[in-house]
Design a protein around this ligand. Structure first.
Ligand code: GDP
Ligand code: MG
Length: 440
């Protein structure tokens, strides 16, 4: 990924102490390749690299003490800018109902997103939406929307599959006015490819309903194709926003970059799963981090460097290699990690942490670490160096001495044992690799 590439280049540059224009050029070549690999549109990459280059060869970077990181910072800022900088909002008509037309290819997630949006509008903005079943072609499409409406206890307007979508839309808006529904979300039909007939129908619905928003729903997994789709829909219909779905999947999000740049249409929401609450407002900065694939790793590295004693780190590494790591070393490490700040913050900065469900609400029990420290402090020197001698009697004493429970002592001993085993395995693997005796 982009992060790996850049880190490799950064490593080289760090060793140099000074950075010149050639170094920056080399770095930018890496950035360029990585963006192309991440599925970013060719022309977008070209413009982007040019802009970053202009900033990167400037004083801002060359004179800084950490040029590698400075370049990444510039890259991240420019990526954010490319995706629209600030996030944009959803329209609210001064003469309700606000009409939103959902368009896109088959399977992109239109129907699901219609439900998610309605849910969001009610939950977050206290609105009263109605869902409109205007996909009369796909078998069971109407049923699918009705099921969603049921799940949400929200009205679904449908006239079956024998009335034209334009007429369905017209009547739905009439009814919404009577029922005081302030948002009308029209779920339209899709096709496997962009298709003239479909576009004609969508244009008719647009003409008649004069929608406040036309949201294109695109599947982020389709990468570069999503950009082409967005371009044709935009040319034909004039989009007001894009919803990028399936970002919970294994996608880098490169499509997000190009969509904004190619169509000049903002991404307004992202879909993060199949459930009805799996929708989020689009945050360009978060997406930039995702594309860089490194969470807030840079901050983390900086913090670690400021707090971890280099000598100690080397010593530790050696101990790990030789598997002579003791409880005293463990205690030492805990202390160093603690110096970096509250554990919650540190964990959230780890790459991939944003994918962990509920991480924002998570709080690491600092008390638990306190317990671990207390347990280790209650061991004597002999025990710390030879944990295998800690029998039932000793466990009881340690638990008592540390003010914890025997279960907690047991757990720690077990974890420590597993950790040592793992270190041994890694060490053996590395030995094997050096001898060339082991293949991966
Ligand atoms: P439509 O043909 O455009 O109406 O697409 P649907 O709404 O029927 O969705 C197609 C499939 O994609 C369904 O199985 C959805 O559950 C799934 N889907 C939609 N949005 C997301 C998303 O954000 N993440 C994941 N993982 N699946 C999604
Ligand atoms: Mg559908």
């Amino acid at each position: 990924g982009l992060a790996d590439r850049l880190q490799g280049t950064m490593q080289k540059i760090r060793g140099k102490g000074k950075v010149n224009e050639a170094d920056v050029k080399e770095m930018m070549r890496d950035v360029r390749l990585a963006l192309l690999e991440a599925d970013v549109n060719f022309k977008v990459v070209k413009d982007f690299v040019k802009r970053v280059n202009e900033r990167a060869v400037g004083q801002e970077v060359l004179k800084s003490l950490t040029p590698g990181q400075q370049v990444i910072k510039v890259v991240k800022e420019e990526l954010t800018e490319l995706m629209g900088g600030e996030q944009s909002k959803i329209a609210a008509s001064s003469r309700p109902p606000t009409v939103i037309m959902m368009v896109g290819l088959q399977g992109a997630g239109k129907t699901t997103t219609t439900g998610k949006l309605a849910n969001l509008l009610r939950k977050k903005y206290n609105r009263k939406p109605v869902l409109v079943a205007a996909d009369i072609y796909r078998p069971a499409a109407i049923k699918q929307l009705e099921t969603l409406g049921n799940q949400l206890s929200m009205p679904v307007f449908s006239l079956g599959d024998q009335v034209s979508p334009v007429e369905i839309a017209r009547q739905a808006i009439e009814k919404a006015k009577e029922e005081h529904n302030d948002y009308v979300l029209i779920d339209t039909a899709g096709r496997l490819h962009v298709d003239e007939n479909l576009m004609g129908e969508l244009k008719n619905i647009k003409e008649l309903t004069k929608p406040d928003e036309i949201f294109l729903v695109v599947d982020a997994m389709t990468g570069q194709d999503a950009v082409n789709v967005a371009q044709s829909f935009n040319e034909q219909l004039g989009l007001t926003g894009v919803v990028l779905t399936k970002l919970d999947g294994d996608t880098r999000g490169g499509a997000a970059l190009s969509i904004r740049a190619v169509t000049d249409t903002p991404i307004k929401f992202v879909g993060m799963g199949e459930k009805l609450d799996a929708i989020e407002a689009f945050h360009p900065e978060r997406m930039a981090s995702r594309i860089l694939g490194m969470g807030d790793v840079l901050t983390l590295i900086e913090k670690a460097q400021a707090n971890v004693d280099e000598e100690k780190a080397k010593e530790l590494e050696k101990k790990m290699r030789t598997a002579t790591f003791t409880f005293d070393d463990f205690l030492d490490q805990l202390g160093q990690v603690r110096n970096m700040g509250p554990l919650d913050d540190i964990i959230k900065m780890l790459p991939g942490a944003n994918k962990i469900k509920g991480i924002d609400n998570m709080s690491i029990d600092e008390k638990q670490i306190g317990h671990v420290e207390a347990i280790i402090r209650s061991m004597n020197k002999h025990e710390k160096e030879n944990p295998e001698i800690i029998n039932a009697g000793r466990r009881k004493r340690i638990a008592k001495g540390s003010g914890t429970s025997i279960q907690e002592v047991n757990r720690l001993l077990k974890q420590f044992d597993e950790m040592k085993k793992m270190m041994k395995q890694v060490t053996n693997m590395q030995k094997g690799k050096k001898k060339g005796g082991m293949k991966f």
